[in-house]
Ligand binder design. Structure first.
Ligand SMILES: Nc1ncnc2c1ncn2[C@@H]1O[C@H](COP(=O)(O)OP(=O)(O)OP(=O)(O)O)[C@@H](O)[C@H]1O
Ligand SMILES: CC(=O)N[C@H]1[C@@H]2OC[C@@H](O2)[C@@H](O)[C@@H]1O[C@H](C)C(=O)O
Length: 365
């Protein structure tokens, strides 16, 4: 029987809260997106969340307040989406809420997502499942990426080896083939590009990669960045704003001032190169490459990936019938279903955990 779940993801780009109403037909291994919306962050909340990603004064209090504001915005979105779809809140089995990552430290076995799940349950009258990463971390895993398990469930092909590449703030990939699944974070996706575009263009991102396209890659800067040991480390691995932050970039810029437009071109090349190098490190090689996440809208990044991966062609996950904007939110609806049906949500081959674990904490309605 079809079951309805709501998945909520607000990722590292801090652009807003993605909410997806999803129907699961577990016996047929099918997930159907019934409707989705994004609640953009008001600037003040975005800035508060961004500042919580780095150590700072009074952060426990600030995290408490920001978590409640996050839950209030998410609840508005859930209630609006269900109303639009003509679905009563009581018809939803559960909400899977990722929350907002403000710290991710797999080397210290913890990851912090805020998002006041009790308040979200109160405002929606729906069971809320949250804190998906810490059980995997407790079992010795990275706690990320989690979406590869959903990719494997939904998108495994008997004919071809496939790569699914999510390009959000960070880039992560899943390799499916020959009965094996692997996956890891390859490094920065849009996070450094966004930072540089905000600083020099006053815009949240470089639309279509047009500014990066007009610059020249600075070979010395590119090589310097590519030498960061994160890129050559083997999986399992995951990363975040704790590691690839503005200071990481600033430390690598030359004192004799590279032109901002050339730095943007180089950052885009870094994203493209590290994704392609990460794909090349995987066995068996992916015959098909599909892209999701906001990076799919960056025309220049897509062109560079296409050039570097030729003769293979890359496609949006839309051709697999999964809207690239909502992949992660749907995955958290799936993780909620896995939790309520007491099935594991992690893949030890991806996260490095000692075994499969049921992920999530339940806040009943
Ligand atoms: N039209 C566009 N042109 C270029 N880049 C775009 C465009 N639209 C979105 N983006 C990029 O996509 C980003 C948002 O992507 P997405 O929502 O997938 O990230 P996220 O889910 O927050 O991150 P993560 O997957 O790391 O958690 C924006 O910050 C921007 O960099
Ligand atoms: C700690 C954390 O929030 N990590 C995110 C982030 O955004 C992309 C990448 O880094 C991935 O590892 C993960 O999110 C997705 C949803 C995941 O767990 O698969």
């Amino acid at each position: 029987m079809e079951q309805l779940y709501v998945g909520i993801m607000s990722g590292t780009s801090l652009d807003g809260i993605d909410i997806a109403l999803t129907s699961f037909s577990p016996s047929a291994q099918r997930a159907t997106l019934m409707g989705a919306l994004c609640m953009p962050f008001p600037t003040a909340l975005r800035n508060d969340l961004l500042s919580l990603c780095q150590p700072g004064a009074d952060e426990i209090h600030r995290a408490g307040i920001a978590g409640q504001q996050w839950a209030t915005l998410a609840a508005q979105g859930v209630n609006r989406l269900l109303q639009q779809q003509g679905i009563a809140n009581s018809q939803i089995s559960a909400i899977g809420s990722h929350g907002q990552t403000i710290r991710h430290h797999p080397e210290s076995s913890f990851s912090v997502q805020i998002g006041a799940p009790a308040l979200l349950a109160e405002l929606c009258g729906i069971d809320v499942i949250c804190d998906f990463r810490n059980r995997d971390l407790a079992a010795g895993g990275e706690g990320a990426p989690l979406v590869p398990a959903f990719h494997a469930w939904l998108l495994t092909s008997a004919q071809h080896t496939r790569a699914l590449v999510n390009i959000g703030g960070f880039a992560n990939m899943t390799l499916l083939g020959e009965g094996r699944v692997s996956g890891f974070d390859s490094g920065p996706g849009n996070v450094l590009l966004d930072y540089w575009a905000q600083r020099h263009m006053g815009q949240l991102f470089d639309a279509d990669g047009a500014w990066a396209r007009s610059g020249q890659v600075v070979p010395r800067l590119l090589e310097n960045m590519l030498q960061d040991p994160y890129f050559s480390r083997g999986a399992p691995k995951s990363t975040g704003r704790e590691y690839f932050h503005p200071a990481w970039l600033e430390q690598r810029l030359s004192r004799r001032q590279d032109k901002p437009v050339d730095v943007q071109a180089t950052l885009l090349e870094l994203t493209a190169r590290t994704i392609v190098d990460a794909l090349a490190s995987c066995q068996p090689p992916a015959e098909e490459v599909y892209i999701c996440g906001g990076g799919v809208r960056n025309g220049w990044l897509m062109e560079r990936l296409q050039q570097l991966l030729a003769p293979r062609s890359i496609h949006s996950t839309a051709v697999l019938d999964v809207d690239p904007d909502w992949m992660e939110a749907i995955a958290f609806a799936w993780l909620a279903w896995r939790c309520t049906s007491r099935q594991s949500g992690n893949l030890p081959a991806v996260t490095g955990a000692r075994g499969e674990r049921i992920l999530g904490a339940i806040y009943p309605a």
